[in-house]
Write a protein that binds this ligand. Structure first.
Ligand code: FMN
Length: 298
């Protein structure tokens, strides 16, 4: 079966990718899964300088998913370029998407410049992170900012640019149109929905950061609706994500208008359980590994 997808002029061997922040730099999962089987991976959000992220606790389980306030912990773009990217490109055949973030328009432009001339296949611009004080989601909830950042990144990038949209807006199509007007080659959505959880025993918020981003199967209907709306509003291609746990979920996003899909929560639960078969349909582990590591449940 031909599963190839041409997205923004780049050929993906199949339409299933991992979502940024849920799969590290891919190599960490090597023991459990051959990431070369994926269409691609979007690496953890990168910034100019390394970031330690927010104080813990910064993840919490919720009904239908989880909350996180990790806050873009990453080793910085230079470490990515000198270590992770060469290793990924030398050892793996999947596409590598650099997910980039910043605190100002200039930061985003600088990030794009820094990644120009590298082997990265595509840039995904995170203007929708709800867990950082400056920048992040503040950019992605204002159409003028979305357009300005898109333009600034496009001016420096030598790879296709995909703008990752925030669902924390009244009208997602306004942001999609702004990205298109700024010259984006594609859009990806959704990032996490703002949420909060309170421990009724301590009467305190569960996350040290108080609020966090909600993801997982609970957000899927919202994500599918937003992908559908954007597909009617813009002519550029879409990467859909938000709660995909099965092959049928992925197909649902494609029927809504996505060309590629990304899986986030699914990777986290799959990694935790080290048993891929239970997630029927999305992927099956290579046969030899299945023999090495039979799934024994929790
Ligand atoms: C722990 C965690 C960290 C994340 N970090 C990033 C990030 O660095 N950049 C980004 O664009 N999205 C980030 N996301 C959002 C995911 O890429 C994805 O948009 C979201 O989780 C919805 O997909 P899912 O429901 O399949 O997890 C993160 C999500 C989680 C759960």
């Amino acid at each position: 079966m031909n599963t190839k997808v041409n997205f923004c002029g780049i050929e993906f061997k199949n339409p299933v990718l991992t979502a940024s922040g849920t799969f590290g730099f891919g190599l960490e999962y090597d023991e459990y899964y051959d990431i070369s089987e994926l269409g691609g991976i979007s690496v953890k959000g990168l910034t100019l300088k390394p970031r330690e992220g927010n104080p813990t606790p910064r993840v919490a389980e919720t009904y239908g998913g989880m909350l996180n306030s990790v806050g873009l912990q990453n080793p910085g773009v230079e470490v990515f370029k000198s270590y992770y990217l060469p290793k990924l490109k030398a050892e793996k055949t999947c596409r590598v998407i650099a997910n980039i973030a910043g605190s100002s328009v200039e930061d985003y432009a600088e990030m794009a410049k820094s990644l120009a001339g590298t082997d990265v296949d595509l840039l995904e611009v995170n203007i929708s992170c709800p867990n950082v004080k400056s920048g992040g989601m503040a950019f992605g909830t204002d159409a003028a900012n979305v357009e300005a950042i898109t333009r600034a990144v496009k001016a420096e990038a030598d790879k296709p640019v995909v703008m990752k949209l925030s669902p924390n807006v009244t009208d997602i199509t306004e942001m999609a149109r702004a990205a298109e007007a700024g010259g984006a080659d594609g859009i990806s959505l959704i990032n996490t929905l703002m949420g909060m959880k309170i421990d009724v025993n301590t009467r305190r918020p569960v996350l040290a950061n108080v609020k966090g981003g909600y993801s997982g199967p609970g957000v899927m209907p919202v994500a599918v609706r937003m992908v559908y709306e954007c597909s009617k509003a813009v002519g550029i291609p879409i990467i859909g994500m938000g709660g995909i746990m099965t092959g049928d979920d992925a197909v649902e996003f494609m029927l809504a208008g996505a060309s590629l899909v990304m899986v986030g929560q699914f990777c986290r639960s799959a990694g935790r359980r080290q048993g891929k078969e239970r997630h029927n349909g999305l992927y099956a582990p290579p046969r030899d590994r299945r023999r090495e590591r039979p799934y024994r449940g929790r």
